[in-house]
Design a protein around this ligand. Structure first.
Ligand SMILES: [Zn+2]
Length: 195
């Protein structure tokens, strides 16, 4: 059974225990990410996947745990801040199988949100890259929307339907498949960061 590790980032970072990620309009990023990760867990298990939700430790340690568990897919769970009005599914530009996974997830997310969603490669130096750079699984940085989206209706959807974002994430992963012939990436993990 393939394993997806869903990492509720920000939450549980040693030294920054109170990190809640982006905060706007009284909404905390980690509340949304935790809600959608748990919803995705449910849908993934129903689709025949194993699923593990992480919410503590340095990011490098979380990547090491995902590797140790034999994860096929790793998702750094976020909701953006910065006032955009879109969703982005980032994949590691070094990954051969990342584009198809990111595209499958973006296709599913686009069905349930009223804003544009795009898969995008991420490279060294990018913020998104720093969230996934050291894990061997096929990795995504999932940024389904902006907590401070200027469109009020978008913010309302984000808060009211956080679970729907997770359902879309899970459906995308399941649609991608990617197993049973999965070959973990073999390059060495990059220098860990704690972003
Ligand atoms: Zn974040």
């Amino acid at each position: 059974m393939p394993l997806a590790v869903l990492d509720v980032q920000h939450r549980g970072k040693p030294g920054r225990w109170a990190d809640r990620g982006a905060v706007a309009f009284g909404v905390e990023e980690v509340d949304l990410t935790h809600r959608y990760a748990l919803a995705a867990d449910k849908v993934l298990r129903a689709a025949g996947w194993d699923c593990c939700v992480l919410a503590d430790g340095h990011y490098a340690d979380r990547w090491a745990r995902a590797d140790a568990y034999g994860a096929l897919v790793y998702v750094a769970c976020h909701v953006d801040g910065g006032g955009g009005d879109r969703g982005t599914v980032y994949y590691d530009a070094r990954s051969a199988r990342g584009p198809a996974l990111a595209t499958a997830v973006a296709d599913e997310l686009r069905k349930v949100v009223p804003w544009p969603v795009l898969p995008r490669p991420t490279v060294a130096g990018d913020r998104a890259f720093n969230t996934i750079q050291g894990v061997r699984a096929v990795a995504l940085c999932f940024e389904p929307g902006f907590v401070d989206d200027p469109v009020e209706d978008h913010r309302r959807v984000l808060v009211a339907q956080a679970e729907t974002l997770g359902t879309a994430l899970a459906r995308g992963i399941a649609a991608w498949g990617g197993f049973p012939d999965a070959t973990p990436r073999t390059y060495a993990p990059a220098t860990p960061t704690s972003r």
